[in-house]
Design a protein around this ligand. Structure first.
Ligand code: SF4
Ligand code: SF4
Length: 329
């Protein structure tokens, strides 16, 4: 039977602006599209940058509503839809993410799948994160402020982290942080107590100390577990990522211990794999381990989702064929 597709749709743009130094990205997957430059552009002034972000979002939305792929052509996240189109309101900017590109971006560990690893990422000539955070807060005011998301290197290892938290503590904004959970912050704990921290994302990737050392190249597993328990006990939602690495963390010991720990802190689980390897299909025993973790998480009433972007097209189709929920955060 011939289908007629009325419009195209992608849930992954519009709601979050990704700021990295003096650039803004519309979505995380623009590099997969026909015109990657449409998704990343330079800005000098935050107000103009946000306006351009909104203009590009609206332009994309209009093209997709007319069933045209526009610059998204070729991106696997663009989906053909039938019937009533999406709503523009769903594209309203809700989150501002600070990603790599600021003066002092740094990390204290060296995950084997991270292309930046523990070195200092950026030069002192790059924009200051603290200044940009202040610009965002001051330009929006307390009432209309989008949620702030910190995702550049290890936030708590940067020199200005405590200054940023002290600045944000008396404000009304909400925030979330991507962290490796190796560093405990008292100011962050104070922020958690204000109920303005939505969640933290931590890539744990294992359930044993031995594998943690292999993946992170540091002996910090016990510290990570202790910090996650402390934050969880304070009421914080913890999102634990498991980045599957064939032959390293797809074994029974790691999976079982990870599951037990995730359950003990009621974590939300994200299953992923090394994005730098996304052109290669995963070995069948790794796919089996992935399905095992997905199914056991569900059986234990834990929220579990896949992050699609790391998987090859073939592996994505295997996941879809198993009727599993493929979702983005
Ligand atoms: S279809 Fe792809 S490139 Fe276009 S907005 Fe969505 S994720 Fe980004
Ligand atoms: S914690 Fe994040 S930034 Fe640091 S090495 Fe690992 S992946 Fe890279």
């Amino acid at each position: 039977m011939k289908h007629t597709y009325d419009y195209k749709s992608c849930k992954l743009y519009g709601r979050e602006a990704f700021l990295g130094g003096n650039t803004i990205r519309l979505c995380c997957n623009g590099h997969l599209a026909k015109e990657p430059e449409f998704f990343k552009f330079y800005f000098n002034d935050l107000g103009n940058g946000i306006n351009e972000f909104k203009e590009r979002t609206n332009k994309l939305f209009k093209m997709h509503s007319k069933n045209l792929p526009g610059p998204c052509e070729g991106c696997p996240f663009l989906i053909d839809q039938i019937g009533q189109t999406d709503f523009l309101e769903e594209k309203l900017l809700k989150h501002i993410s600070f990603t790599i590109g600021f003066n002092g971006d740094v990390c204290n560990i060296a995950c084997i799948y991270c292309k930046n690893q523990h070195k200092k990422y950026t030069k002192s000539t790059n924009p200051s994160l603290l200044n940009l955070v202040k610009q965002v807060v001051e330009s929006y005011g307390d009432t209309a402020l989008p949620n702030l998301r910190f995702a550049s290197g290890e936030f708590f290892f940067r020199k200005d982290a405590e200054e940023i938290l002290e600045y944000l503590l008396p404000k009304k904004c909400k925030m979330s942080v991507v962290t490796n959970a190796t560093i405990y912050s008292e100011n962050f704990m104070e922020m958690i107590k204000t109920y303005r921290v939505h969640f933290i994302n931590t890539s744990l990737d294992c359930g044993t100390k031995e594998t943690h050392i292999k993946v992170k190249k540091r002996n910090l597993f016990d510290t990570v577990i202790k910090n996650l328990i402390t934050y969880s006990n304070a009421g914080l939602e913890i999102r634990l990522k498991y980045i599957f690495l064939p032959g390293i963390n797809d074994n029974e010991d790691d999976l079982i211990n990870f599951l037990i720990f995730a359950k003990s802190i009621s974590a939300k689980i994200e299953i992923s794999t090394d994005i730098q390897n996304r052109k290669n299909n995963l070995p069948s025993h790794t796919m089996d381990a992935i399905f095992w973790l997905y199914q056991k998480s569900q059986e234990n009433n834990l929220s579990v989702q896949f992050r699609q972007e790391g998987f090859s097209e073939y592996d994505r189709s295997k996941i879809k064929n198993m009727n599993m929920l493929i979702a983005q955060i």
